[in-house]
Design a protein around this ligand. Structure first.
Ligand SMILES: Cc1cc2nc3c(=O)[nH]c(=O)nc-3n(C[C@H](O)[C@H](O)[C@H](O)COP(=O)(O)O)c2cc1C
Length: 190
């Protein structure tokens, strides 16, 4: 069974809903299993994240999917503390040749989310990982539209202040993104 870790931070639940939708897409593909790992503020001390059991689980994974809300046009600080907390893995290239993918959620239609996805991708490439983009074809920019924000570097989603839940198009795009990640994992681990 190929293991796909989804590691994410979410303060208000939207990024977490995306993580679960991606997991649903992964579960729909026989032979792959998702592992959800929220980044918890209680694991951050003096600005640095540490959780040995999550690090061990990520080491077991064939693929790691990274998710964070976009804050000030980039990572949330909580997610960056996780990224920096894993920098020692870079020395030994412990994640080399795992697949990687990324997703982000924000309030603005743009919100500069591309910068967040690009940063996630650069981190993965520094680790020697192989980046999987989002291949879901856009079909409409309505709330029901697939890949309505037309992002191919990774998954982008957006909700307004008064929307506690992600919209149907963003949710379905996340499910399809999860399916693609699972299919890519199965091919890569052959
Ligand atoms: C400190 C901070 C900075 C933010 N910066 C941005 C931003 O640059 N662009 C944007 O569209 N939304 C921005 N937002 C809104 C967040 O992206 C939004 O609250 C988040 O995606 C909600 O995700 P969550 O429910 O998973 O916590 C910001 C929010 C906070 C708290």
């Amino acid at each position: 069974m190929a293991k796909i870790a989804i590691v994410y931070f979410s303060a208000n639940g939207h990024t977490e809903q995306l993580a679960h939708a991606i997991a649903d897409g992964i579960k729909s593909q026989a032979g792959t299993e998702p592992m959800l790992h929220p980044i918890l503020p209680s694991d951050i001390t003096n600005g640095r994240w540490k959780n040995d059991s999550i690090v061990a689980s990520l080491q077991q994974a064939d693929t790691i999917v990274f998710g964070t809300p976009t804050y000030m046009g980039g990572y949330s600080a909580q997610f960056k503390s996780f990224i920096d907390g894993c920098s020692s893995i870079w020395y030994s290239q412990g994640w080399k040749d795992k697949l990687a993918a990324g997703f982000t959620h924000s309030l603005g239609l743009s919100g500069d989310k591309l910068n967040t996805l690009t940063s996630l991708m650069v981190n993965a490439l520094q680790h020697g990982m192989v980046w999987v983009g989002n291949s879901v074809m856009t079909n409409s920019n309505s709330p029901e539209g697939l890949n309505r924000l037309t992002s191919y570097t990774g998954l982008m989603a957006q909700s307004n202040m008064d929307q506690p839940n992600i919209g149907p198009g963003d949710r379905q795009t996340a499910v399809l993104f999860g399916e693609r990640i699972a299919q890519a994992t199965l091919r890569w681990s052959k």
